[in-house]
Design a protein around this ligand. Structure first.
Ligand code: 1HN
Length: 350
């Protein structure tokens, strides 16, 4: 085709596109490559939040608004490529929540599932379905879809934790419901540790068989146990890509604790350098102990205690531990697995 003719064709097509636009139609052939990429081409970018920088910002919120007024006093960690979306990845949300001594974050429930990872301060509790759990640093606590939950701080320190929710996923499905409770703090109906004893101690109530797509009834995974398990398995053989990595499960089924969010903990011994690895579930990491670096598609990030970083889908991740490290992470892996979409690649280091 000569240049003039090509120009004519182009212009006629553009006129045609404008015309069909009035019928809310658009040509597939102009967007097909983006709709069906050869491999994931995420908009999400790798990013890191340094706790030593953001802690003061979170504490400042404590002087500007009460937990009661805010309902939840949280600074959202927004992916730099998704500003305004309350999202750290396309499917997940992350935020840093602050509760001051004496405060209550009132009881409510919603269809979004939530996890907490306790980072800073002592003396707070979170109550889920009538049972309170004392929040200790590193504890991983879940609030499954549609369970009542409230938080309180009975101690002397400000307490800060990371919230992880499936907010963007539920928004995508337009399946969000919520309600406030009549009670500010829910009535305590079971003693602390009841759920862990019943559902998380290698036994289950005699007539309990869990429906497979439901969240676990174990809602608190104490860090003391996680840490001890990691240190014990670290005496065994190391995985070149993951270090010593375990996934949190619903002990009644072996599935993820909640149907939409997987959570992991890993131990990286000092000087360990992982082989590059990639997977399709964009993942949020939190450094619980130690320090090191994460190389994410050739971008270098230094992490230390309480730093949060996000690894986009299909980005190569290599972790290096400058000291013994414990990392927590969460992602939408169970959703991708249920859909038959999840992929991973272990890259050999040569
Ligand atoms: C929520 O209920 C909590 O209960 C935290 O602590 C963060 C973000 C969006 C929607 C609900 C909480 C939240 C949230």
């Amino acid at each position: 085709m000569n240049k003039e003719l090509a120009n004519d064709v182009h212009e006629e097509r553009q006129r045609y596109y404008q015309h069909i636009n009035e019928y809310s139609m658009t040509p597939l052939w102009e967007v097909l490559g983006r709709l069906v990429p050869k491999e994931p081409a995420p908009v999400v970018v790798a990013a890191l939040w340094k706790y030593s920088e953001v802690r003061d910002q979170v504490l400042r919120a404590g002087t500007l608004i009460t937990a009661e007024e805010a309902e939840r006093r949280v600074l959202i960690l927004e992916n730099p490529a998704l500003r305004g979306n309350s999202s750290i990845t396309q499917s997940l949300y992350a935020g840093l929540q602050l509760i001051m001594p004496g405060e209550v974050a009132p009881a409510h429930r919603h269809t979004q599932s939530a996890l907490r990872l306790v980072l800073d301060g002592e003396g707070a509790y979170t109550a889920v379905d009538g049972e309170r759990s004392t929040m200790r640093r590193g504890d991983f606590i879940i609030t499954p879809s549609w369970t009542w939950h409230d938080h309180g701080n009975l101690g002397k320190d400000p307490v800060i934790w990371l919230d992880g929710l499936d907010i963007p996923l539920v928004r995508f499905f337009d399946a969000g419901f919520s309600e406030h409770s009549e009670e500010r703090s829910q009535q305590v109906s079971r003693q602390e540790g009841d759920a862990l004893a019943r559902y998380g101690s290698n036994m289950l109530p005699v007539d309990f068989y869990q429906v497979s797509n439901q969240a676990t009834k174990v809602f608190a995974y104490p860090f003391a146990q996680t840490r001890s398990s990691l240190l014990t398995v670290s005496q065994g053989e190391i995985d070149r890509h993951h270090g010593h990595k375990l996934r949190f499960v619903n002990p009644a089924t072996g599935a993820s604790p909640m149907p939409t969010i997987a959570a992991f903990a890993q131990y990286l011994p000092r000087n360990f350098e992982s082989y590059p690895y990639r997977c399709t579930d964009a993942t949020v990491y939190v450094c619980l102990e130690g320090e090191g670096t994460a190389t994410i598609d050739n971008k270098l990030f230094h992490f230390s205690q309480n730093d949060v970083f996000v690894v986009p889908s299909w980005h190569r991740l290599s972790l290096r531990a400058a000291s013994n490290c414990i990392l927590f992470s969460y992602s939408d892996r169970p959703v991708q697995q249920a859909m038959g979409l999840w992929r991973e690649e272990r890259i050999q280091n040569n």
